[in-house]
Ligand binder design. Structure first.
Ligand code: IPM
Ligand code: MG
Length: 361
């Protein structure tokens, strides 16, 4: 049976890292007889440059029909002056919203060999494996009303942080389910000491918890959660939180590993269809130099094979190949720490190394 995936390379380092992920996909597609067909579309700034908008109807329709989507990264300073509605980020937000990809899994885990790349002391992060589950299609990112006005001669802007109980319930359920498949601890992060929307969030999470008596639920205010993430990150198993808080906390969590260039993510709808992308951004400062680390995109591919396409053997093969490359000392410069056994390579060489390791598996 043919499976269709849409590839959206995007902007900045996106096309470079996606080339390597695509080469890896070609290899496993053949070796594991996956029968995957790939359809590539411009997205973000690249699409704006060609078609005047970050997400065309053609690309959106292709994403809707596909079994899964693999994305590189979007954005860049050259688009900062584009009309707000046409900026690359708006394309991504629209795609998330149109496909109802409400459940955003952002794992932060540390490859043991990379502990010294963290800005925290190795003992604080060694063995770190936490999952941030971010609500992705609601909250202040999409809340109405939003806009700008002039009031009493002064410019004023506003956004609305809003959740209804159904939106909270479905992300809470995802959180409990994920915790169940891991270490059975769920920490819900909110700002219930100040915000009404967080009071409802907390109340609904507690209601849902009645269906998950085997999961240990805790609650934490977002400011404390930010502090605890850098103080003692290993206290967490799964964190579930709203769109904006999750945006911020997931960057902090990713950096704890010292290797944001290694972290994949998934955004899923209620049927498990998903958009997969690296956690890192488009890194315009190093775009086109051939030094970007493609491993987060390659691991996003593996996550896609595992979670949406149910091709665990192919996913295992990729994960093993990446681990072998890391243990062998091959590093892109973002994860290099100057140890004697390291070889620092560029984007394409890293892709070559993963493909060679796949051949040895
Ligand atoms: C992310 C990014 C996006 C977000 C931007 C690019 C719109 O920061 O995926 O975390 O804020 O959600
Ligand atoms: Mg972000």
């Amino acid at each position: 049976m043919t499976k269709k995936i849409v590839v959206l390379p995007g902007d900045g380092i996106g096309p470079e890292i996606m080339n390597e992920a695509s080469r890896v996909l070609d290899v496993v597609n053949q070796s594991h007889k996956l029968g995957i067909e790939v359809d590539t579309h411009a997205f973000g700034g690249a699409s704006y440059d060609i078609d005047g908008k970050p997400l065309t109807e053609t690309a959106l329709a292709a994403c809707r029909e596909a079994d899964a989507i693999l994305m590189g990264s979007i954005g860049g300073p050259q688009y900062d002056t584009a009309p707000r509605e046409l900026r690359p980020e708006r394309g991504l937000l629209r795609l998330r919203s149109e496909l109802d990809l409400f459940s955003n899994l952002r794992p932060a885990m540390l490859f043991p060999e990379l502990a010294s790349a963290s800005s925290l002391k190795s003992e604080l992060v060694a063995g770190l494996d936490l999952m941030i589950l971010r609500e992705l299609t609601g909250g202040i990112y999409f809340g109405q009303p939003r806009g700008e006005e002039t009031v009493d001669g002064k410019r004023m802007s506003f956004n609305t942080m809003v959740y209804n109980e159904d939106e909270i319930e479905r992300i809470a359920r995802s959180g409990f389910e994920i915790a169940r498949s891991r270490n059975k601890r769920l920490c819900s992060v909110d700002k219930a000491n100040v915000l009404e929307v967080s009071e409802l969030w907390r109340a609904v999470v507690i209601e849902v918890s009645k269906d998950y008596p085997d999961i240990e639920l805790s609650h934490m205010y977002v400011d404390n959660a930010a502090m605890q993430l850098v103080r003692e990150p290993k206290q967490f198993d799964v964190i579930v939180t709203s769109n904006l808080f999750g945006d911020i906390l997931s960057d902090a969590a990713a950096m704890l590993t010292g290797s944001i260039g290694m972290l994949p993510s998934a955004s899923l709808d209620k049927n498990g269809k998903g958009l997969y992308e690296p956690v890192h951004g488009s890194a315009p400062d190093i775009a086109g130099q051939g030094v970007a680390n493609p491993l987060a995109t390659i691991l996003s591919l593996s996550m896609m094979l595992r979670y949406t396409l149910k091709e665990a053997a192919a996913a295992d093969a990729i994960d093993k190949a990446v681990s072998a490359v890391i243990s062998g000392g091959t590093r892109c410069r973002d994860i290099a720490s100057g140890q004697a056994n390291e070889t620092v390579v560029g984007t394409v060489e890293m892709g070559d190394a993963v493909i060679a390791a796949l051949g040895n598996a």
